[in-house]
Design a protein around this ligand. Structure first.
Ligand SMILES: O=P(O)(O)OC[C@H]1O[C@](O)(COP(=O)(O)O)[C@@H](O)[C@@H]1O
Ligand SMILES: [Mn+2]
Length: 649
């Protein structure tokens, strides 16, 4: 009965045997095309320029196409020039014009080369998909140029006539730009962002704008992303932490200029409360003078907001004991007379004991002024249109994990015990592990934004904070976040954030197999793609774990971590021949990338490679299409057997 209803519904869309048959033929031809290229990036951390570069070069995928097409006919330098032109067409054209190049000749040669490339990169897609990707102004001409025309007897003359016209009417440059952008667009079919778009670097808002324009993507939230989502939802510990991190990295511009969130409430409060406090322990990492807020003042604001954060976090940790964050309740362990603190039974000297807003009798209570500051900031975050737009997008395209074409994608870990069993994590009165833990946490994230019940909304907001830094958080996966200790205690032993057992267990293949099974994946080809932890290439660490079943691709975009990792990091490409990791050199600036024609992909590591190309039929989308073909065949059967009548005229 149900099936019949479905066929009736399908009959509305394909009212005749002929229409249903045509659709089957169309779908079948898509299924036989090579699988589209997937591109995986993670841990971008506000580094817009480096991110944008890697997006443009497709982690080496554009260069690979250039090699395929121009193999021995172009030298390395020329290929590099073509690559830079495709990444930065406008800038490259400008540079050439100034260098005194014979432009007419260069236009002609370049147009031929780009057409050649466009033909190859578009051959993987159906005409209709390519058509949708074409820039409207040039759609018709480009389609003419890149489509094979066996019926033409003198193809050369035909193409030459079109190119000559483009040159004659002075449209070579916009045409070159359109072609370059089209190549970029077609080389990567789908993008995966495995978390941590925000914090540390200066331009996360521009990354978000760029992602919002991208043709096809999904996002697995990282702990830094949920932190910003929490702030947007009005969760005050998240708001304080977001501001603290912006101050720590000299990134107030993100808030003030990027999002238009005014820091005046915090500035006035700091000026009144921390007047003669140098706040030495709260230095700014990437020092940026701002016209209106001096470094000295930023440092004090940094202290002011940190103290607010410690207070709010202490309250939350004791109101939610099951979050396992009692270790964050440190303010009541301080002896305010002697400036000592007790942690795990040991006394430590505090590096800074001046806390003008802390009442030792009630150390977690915000002072009246602090309350006022937080109320104003909360309003500003909640009313910030741009931030709300970005977070809506994160909710729409994002999730805590994703199963895509046989791979499992997540930012942090699946919390485990040392014996390899999944860790039970309590969430509001019930415990969960593995996939169920991920699912319940994601539900709460969505409740924070969409629930109609204030209590559930509040729980959801607090889960965003939990996800940021709790030991049971799959996005964080460390025993504690030692923020207080790092600022205020010299002894390094207190700074230790122990990684969840997962990270040790990664050396064994069974770990990955167990996790994949938990998420419904099996077989040789299934893999976990993970972000979050930098790979220490300098010390010989490999991004390939669990005998190839798990790949850690911390993109290492974060400049602050280059010293530690030795290279900028890894990204991943999964095309129809298999998967390969791209290792990146640190990115300097866009200007240098253009001037010196630098690509920053240092080498590629094949993870698995096969000469038999995977087709769309092997992908999730392909399986859907195959299902649809099956249904259409049934529909045709129903037409033929007379159970369903053809309709229309
Ligand atoms: O380098 P910073 O700014 O001190 O940040 C360190 C903090 O960031 C964290 O590493 C979390 O960020 P990641 O998700 O990027 O690892 C914490 O574990 C640590 O306390
Ligand atoms: Mn992270």
């Amino acid at each position: 009965m149900e099936q019949n209803k479905y066929l009736e519904y399908l009959a509305e869309l394909y009212p005749t045997i002929e229409k249903a048959s045509t659709e089957i033929i169309n779908l079948q031809s898509i299924i036989n095309l090579p699988k589209g290229t997937e591109h995986f990036l993670s841990d971008i951390h506000g580094e817009y320029e480096a991110f944008s570069h890697v997006l443009r070069n497709g982690s080496g995928a554009v260069r690979k196409k250039i090699d395929d097409v121009f193999g021995h006919t172009l030298g390395t330098a020329e290929k590099r020039s073509v690559a830079t032109l495709i990444y930065y067409p406008r800038e490259k054209l400008e540079q050439l014009r100034q260098s005194g190049e014979d432009m007419q000749n260069w236009y002609r040669v370049t147009l031929y080369r780009l057409i050649e490339l466009c033909r190859v990169v578009s051959s993987k897609y159906t005409r209709s998909k390519v058509r949708k990707a074409l820039p409207p102004d040039y759609a018709y001409v480009i389609e003419e140029l890149i489509t094979e025309k066996p019926e033409l007897s003198d193809k050369e003359a035909y193409y030459e006539a079109i190119i000559q016209t483009i040159l004659d009417i002075g449209r070579a440059e916009p045409f070159i730009i359109a072609m370059a952008e089209l190549i970029q667009r077609l080389v990567v079919d789908h993008l995966h962002i495995i978390g941590d778009i925000f914090d540390r670097g200066p331009l996360p808002h521009q990354i978000m704008d760029c992602l919002m324009d991208y043709h096809s993507l999904d996002i697995q939230w990282g702990n830094h992303d949920v932190l910003w989502m929490g702030a947007a939802a009005g969760q005050q510990a998240c708001i304080a932490t977001v501001i603290r991190l912006c101050l720590r990295y000299g990134n107030l511009d993100i808030l003030e200029d990027g999002y238009g969130i005014n820091m005046l409430p915090l500035v006035t409060f700091t000026l009144e409360t921390y007047v003669d406090d140098e706040a030495w322990q709260f230095g700014i990492k990437t020092q940026q003078e701002k016209a209106d807020i001096s470094l000295a003042l930023q440092q004090r604001m940094h202290k002011a907001i940190s103290v607010i954060q410690f207070k709010i976090e202490g309250q939350l940790a004791s109101e939610n004991p099951e979050f396992g964050m009692n270790g964050r309740c440190l303010l009541d362990q301080i002896d305010y007379e002697t400036n000592q603190i007790r942690i795990d039974g040991k006394q430590y000297e505090l590096l800074d004991g001046r806390f003008p807003t802390i009442d030792p009798a009630e150390p977690y209570a915000l002072s009246e002024q602090e309350k006022n500051v937080m109320e104003r900031l909360t309003r500003a975050f909640k009313n910030c249109e741009k931030l709300q737009k970005h977070v809506k997008f994160l909710l729409k395209k994002g999730s805590l994990y994703k199963v895509y074409n046989g791979n499992l994608l997540y930012h942090g870990c699946v919390p485990m015990n040392e014996d390899g069993s999944f860790m039970e994590v309590p969430v509001y009165g019930q415990t969960y592990h593995g996939k169920a833990l991920y699912d319940v946490l994601e539900q709460y994230v969505r409740k924070a934004f969409f629930s109609m019940e204030e209590e559930e909304k509040e729980r959801g907001r607090n889960i965003l904070w939990f996800l940021w830094s709790a030991p049971g958080s799959p996005l964080y996966g460390r025993s504690k976040m030692a923020t207080f200790e790092r600022y205020l205690i010299a002894e390094k032993e207190t700074h230790q954030e122990l990684k969840n057992a997962y990270y040790q267990l990664l050396e064994k293949k069974e770990t990955a197999e167990k996790i994949l099974k938990e998420f419904g994946l099996e077989g040789e080809e299934a893999r976990i793609i993970n972000g979050h932890v930098p790979v220490h290439q300098k010390e010989g660490e490999s991004p390939v774990k669990c005998e190839g079943k798990l790949l850690i691709i911390d993109g290492g975009f974060s400049r602050a971590y280059h010293r530690e990792t030795g290279i900028a990091g890894y990204t991943l490409i999964y095309n129809s021949y298999g998967m390969s990791l791209a290792a990146h050199e640190p990115f300097e600036t866009t200007e240098i990338a253009i001037q010196e024609e630098k690509d920053i992909v240092s080498h590629q590591i094949a993870v698995n490679y096969s000469h038999k190309r995977q087709t769309v039929g092997d992908t999730d989308n392909g399986k859907q299409l195959l299902k649809k073909i099956g249904e259409l065949k049934e529909l045709i059967g129903a037409y033929r057997s007379g159970t369903i009548k053809e309709r229309g005229n």
